[in-house]
Design a binder for this molecule. Sequence first.
Ligand code: GRF
Length: 186
Amino acid sequence: MVKKKTCIFISGKGSNLRNLISRSRDNNFPIKISLVICNNMEAYGVNYAKKNKVPYIFVDAKKKNYENKILFNLKKHKISFICLAGYMKIISSRIIRNYKNKIINIHPSLLPKFKGLNTHLRAIKNNEKYSGCTVHYVNSKLDSGKIILQKKIKIKKNDTPLSLAKRILAEEHKLYPKAILKVFNL
Ligand code: GRF
């Protein structure tokens, strides 16, 4: 199998990154993690790139050359597929145009419910019975691209945003690799 050279965008803990790096070692998994892009100098997740010898770069959304730096590095590393994993910035339309239908994201809610931030708190406050996570294509509207896969879990009576986040994150780690297999018809 010729693996797709993939870039993972992160901003924080990077548990999805760690999980995808480990899954991508499997010969039958369709992607190779060839680059990590991070917009937060303090992101713990960068350690997983370092530890696994995956090239990584930092970008600063406040800088003028922000987009150019991203596109330059994507081209330099011959990236053909992008996974957002806890990346807290909106991907610009220019990058989306360059990677049409090649960018996917994981979001911790049952989209189209609870786009954006603080999903767990909002789901609990709204007395939802269920929450979960969604992997979807990225388009120019926030958390609105075509859904690839979703996993639903029950919200417990005594759930806090933290306890719910923890259970959903464990599901994310199963869902993201599954969704990638689905994208490549595997
Ligand atoms: C995950 O809950 C993901 O769904 C959301 O941000 C979180 C990232 O977690 N977009 P991690 O950095 O992969 O641990």
